[in-house]
Design a protein around this ligand. Structure first.
Ligand code: ATR
Length: 269
């Protein structure tokens, strides 16, 4: 039986077991995917234990995505650029780190919109946490020409901007006023999430053909997406990013490329 798990601390909120077990059942695969609470201090020990138990690999969530870096034998270029690993493969005694979040972000847009080339050219990205790094990596890989990055703490945005010369940092206070040339507006902050304040932004200067997306998926329709939709902008919610980032990990663990269907969205909702 093929086995994989998601590790993190806390881990009880993770939707990954639901996703992977849905696909295991759908494709009739003899496999198991569970959540294992793993504080950072015992990550090395946990990986050794799971390798010994014959696991194919693991997904990582808070706070392990960066903590795992020194434990890896190999890392993909994209995980290196992002500075975080969400998928670990155990292969022939080696621990290999990958990151599928950038792929998940881009595929979610592609699934909803089709051809995204016009939207990725001049994105405006709000927030500078781990999610922002993955989003920006995805946008760069799709050929973004200039990415405007704003974060409440400007210094964190400045650090991310070292990833690539196409990233230009602006002050958080300018968020409503620098939208005239945006082809895409992305919220990667936690604002708008359940139990968090809404993102306070005016879309007055946003062109009506700009695509607006939020990586927050609880609620599915954030205030930002509502505001955008009312004025006629196309919007894409964040749930698909979660599903799409899991698909390549599932293929690595269980050898089957899963199809992202409506039913799985329904289950996660
Ligand atoms: P993740 O790794 O999931 O992206 P994170 O690292 O905690 O999560 O990042 C959260 C993002 O939301 C950060 O960009 C944070 O801004 P700071 O770097 O200034 O902390 C942003 N954020 C959280 N609460 C915010 C608030 N009240 N106003 C503005 N930005 C906020």
């Amino acid at each position: 039986m093929k086995k994989a798990a998601v590790l993190g601390h806390p881990i009880s909120h993770s939707l990954s077991p639901k996703l992977h077990n849905y696909w295991l059942k759908k494709y009739n695969i003899n496999g198991e995917y569970i959540a294992i609470d793993t504080p950072a201090e015992i990550l090395a020990q946990r990986l050794t234990q799971l390798i010994g138990a014959g696991y194919s690999g693991v997904n990582l969530t808070i706070p392990l995505k960066e903590q795992v870096l020194p434990l890896l034998d190999e890392i993909s270029d994209q995980a290196k650029q992002i500075g975080a690993v969400n998928t670990v493969i155990f292969s022939q005694g080696k621990i290999i780190g990958k990151n599928t979040d950038a792929y998940g972000f881009i595929e979610n847009l592609r699934e909803d919109i089709g051809n995204i080339s016009q939207y990725v050219k001049h994105p405006v990205v709000l927030g500078a946490g781990g999610a922002a790094r993955a989003v920006i990596s995805g946008l760069l890989a799709e050929g973004a020409e200039q990415i405007i990055l704003l974060n409440r703490t400007r210094e964190t945005a400045e650090i991310i901007s070292k990833m690539h010369p196409a990233i230009k940092v602006e002050d958080w206070d300018k968020r409503s006023n620098i939208l005239e040339d945006a082809s895409l507006l992305v919220n990667t902050t936690s604002l708008g999430m359940k139990n968090q304040p809404d993102l306070d932004i005016s879309l007055k200067y946003l062109p009506v053909n700009t695509l607006v997306t939020d990586i927050v998926y609880n609620p599915l329709k954030t205030k930002l997406l509502e505001q955008a939709e009312v004025r006629g902008n196309k919007v894409v919610d964040g749930l698909g990013m979660l599903i799409h980032q899991a698909a390549p990990a599932f293929e690595e663990f269980f050898g089957q490329k899963p199809e992202v269907d409506e039913e799985i969205r329904g289950i996660l909702k």
